[in-house]
Design a protein around this ligand. Sequence first.
Ligand code: OXD
Ligand code: MN
Length: 590
Amino acid sequence: MATPLEKWVEQQAQLTKPDDIYWCNGSEEEAHRIIERGISKEKINGAPVFSKLNQSAWPNAYYHRSHPTDVARTEHLTYVCHADKETAGPNNNWMAPAEAMEKMRKLSDGCMRGRTMYVLPYMMGHPDSPYAKPCIQLTDSAYVAASMRIMTRLGNAVIDKIGARENFVKGLHSIGDLNPERRLIMHFPDEKFVWSIGSGYGGNALLGKKCFSLRIASWQGYQEGWLAEHMVVMGIEDPEGKVTYIAAALPSACGKTNLAMLQSALPGYKIWPLGDDIAWMNVGSDGRLYAINPEAGFFGVAPGTSMKTNPNMIRTLKNDKFFPTLFTNTALNKITNEPWWEGLDYPEGADMEDWQGKTWNPSMSAKAAHPNARFTTSIYNCPILSKEYDNPGGVPISAIIVGGRRAHLVPLVTEAFNWQHGVFHAARMGSETTAAAAHQIGVVRRDPMAMLPFCGYNMGDYFRHWLSIGKKMANPPKIFSVNWFRTDENGSFIWPGFGDNIRILKWIIERTNGKAGAKKTAIGFVPAKEDLDMTGLSMEPEKLDGILSVNIKDWKPELEDTKKFLQQFGERMPAEIWQEFAALEKEIGG
Ligand code: OXD
Ligand code: MN
């Protein structure tokens, strides 16, 4: 007799009408076959889905160009379909579930005709973890099938885990006709179901990532008492060999991946990443917060990644351990058949094609790689992967960092007075926008906990949930906010960032065990310049003072803007957040 899973797959096939159905087993041999199909059979925009790159320079690497209209997440086409609009909140687009289902049914009728439906059984989290979730995604794209094998733990064993269950996590994905008019990413949180059509872009199409592990999982976490967050998870080893684990929320394309893999500028410190994008966090029986990274790969922004900014990522991308590594919408040097992007040295004698396949040279004003060009590679390729990555119980978190990209005002680092104050810090977080999502670049948008595009329910309730998680912990992590993007009068970054961010991390971990000094300001504790270890870094003292100072009178417009943002959530916004707001308003004065 057919299992609920088999029945569900059959029903989706009846609607979408693929030529054939292929159940993936997750083997490496199969991954080679999927790539091969992408080279010889499947097409995007008239061109093969994959081409093979120079294997001696970039082992296991394949190149993919997406449809030119399909290069980033499309937040305006992303909906969270709770039974009522209020539950979705002002932070989400909402459509009534029945209407959304009907719309998707119409769009999906016959959408896989002429194509193969891949059935992808995958786990988010280590199969032995009590926090892990077995999931199924259907897709008609070889690119998505190959990417999901990198980004998740994909394999047959998941089918046994699902067994006779009805309520497994479901995703139905089709690239459709890639027409933005017929592109939609619909979430049905109560059914743990994501239905996506018209896009092959990672954040819209790899449904285990943003769609399930953040939007749907955040709703599950709200109901079950845990947190699904847009956070890096990493260990920081000090010169005595003690490893402290932290989680950090930074909006898309603010250097989360670089932080997760930082190469320390201070001798004796080492970073051991567990993840660069998503953390699931549960309160343990010892009253501490434990984090796992549910993903198994990196889907990172290529431009700006180099031996200077992130040597460990370049080493990861060049590692041949796990097949394959994908490059999407980078430029391509036709002479050497290597991917190229802004931030790498320009190869001598190159014959460069830009991300759309047009001849390009450095005198052109347009970029060669799309600013949101991506690499997709397994976490097991990372030479500094934490040995705790596969620990089913996760790692205990001592500090939570929230941050953003702000040219002015917000200091380099601030420690919140307590958990509630830290949640307020996160609630008023803002960042200047980047290219990871399709919208205007460079304007400040409030992005609490870097979760605005990913929180699958009303953010007022989300803050309440955070406050209640804090109350469950005997030993809650300290909360810090960071901003390494302050600029001077010429628009140049003041803080060097990258490997020098270890100086800030060092202060943070020392604060968690009471070792470092700080001065109290109206917005929290900030290091005095002597509290930061500046060994080996010369910086004008006034500049350092400048990025560590809090000129509270300048905060008035910031507070006004924060108020407007928080007011949207009306009654749902917890009183504690308004108490914190009132305390800050008092400090700023009339
Ligand atoms: C991502 C994003 O791809 O945040 O991680 O957009
Ligand atoms: Mn992200």
